[in-house]
Write a protein that binds this ligand. Sequence first.
Ligand code: ATP
Ligand code: MG
Length: 366
Amino acid sequence: MKLRKIVFENFRNFKQLNYEFPDGLNMIIGANGAGKTNLLEGIDFLSHFRSFRGAKLKEMVNFGGNYFSLSGGVEKDSGEKMSVETRVAETHQVKINGVKLDKITMAFDKIMVVPFTSYDLSFVDGTPAERRKFLDITTSEVSLEYLDNLITYKRLVFQRNKLLMRANEIGQIPPELDVWDNSLARVGGKIVKKRLEVIKIVRPKAKYFFSLFGVGEMELIYIPSFRIIGDIEQNLMEALKKNRKRDIEMEATSVGPHRDRLNFTHLGKDAKKFSSLGSKRALAFAIRMAEAEIIKDVKGEYPILIIDEITGELDKTRVYDLMEIVVTYPQSFIATPREEIIEGSKINVHKLEIEDGTPKIERFNI
Ligand SMILES: Nc1ncnc2c1ncn2[C@@H]1O[C@H](COP(=O)(O)OP(=O)(O)OP(=O)(O)O)[C@@H](O)[C@H]1O
Ligand SMILES: [Mg+2]
């Protein structure tokens, strides 16, 4: 998949941006604060319809403005063309090929972009919820059904917790609790089953990409919050029943996919606790690349890669190794304030220099 033309209006520090990107590696160069991350955030928004920085929609509107809109022309690997438009004002609208979507989630598997940014460090050393996020993003990208189940599941947990609170207050178990537990076990079971399938594919890929950094082995460990032997739905149902008393006391649901853990080890030790920043960054990159590869395998389409600040804590040889992987994708974007990192890399790049939200210089480096 390749992104061709983009039009940004009132997005961050881009009042108006019209640009056409070529295939291959697009290098976005510019001083600190020029708008490099903003540009990548806008491109990623056309795929995920939210900020990879976790910003609120209103915060992305150009200061003083009252809306922003982004549009992109995309070309699939088959040559098929597709357009995506999104507008955020009082409401958030998304159009694919000019047709407005009833639900934004319907667009999640249309434009495939995999970003790698410093925010991804939280996949490795964030809270359990932040680490689970990687799994939920990746699985949603290859299964819209999973995303639907996840949304339903969150609502079910919320409603069950409200019921637990009532049970605690009145000192009795409301009869509806059985109904909620059944639904929770059914949807939760599907979620865990799909996660296990995805992890099976992601694990060897992540291990491979991490091995390229030459800093030892990594392992990805998924720990469900309940024992799995045989039927997952049944297991979750039993765990909910078993923990019911405690759940009522705590007024919270203590088992289920919202409490599962995703851990990473490096050299046999918990990466969150013991790994260096460079190794954590390499780990985050490895799992993002595994995400890109699973999209490629399942959807049969190369996603667009986005990398914000490739250098980070990595040394120059590692940066080159990493770029060698990135250029095997039909189109990628790398932003950095350090232009010198591409000198001597022997890779064909299209350089776009931006200054204060405006494209300034562009050239091909052959
Ligand atoms: N909603 C907004 N409207 C206008 N400008 C904004 C908005 N949000 C952020 N900015 C501006 O965008 C600039 C930051 O852009 P960005 O984060 O893309 O920089 P960068 O080129 O990635 O820099 P660095 O190299 O430091 O990462 C800041 O100057 C900030 O004031
Ligand atoms: Mg930046």
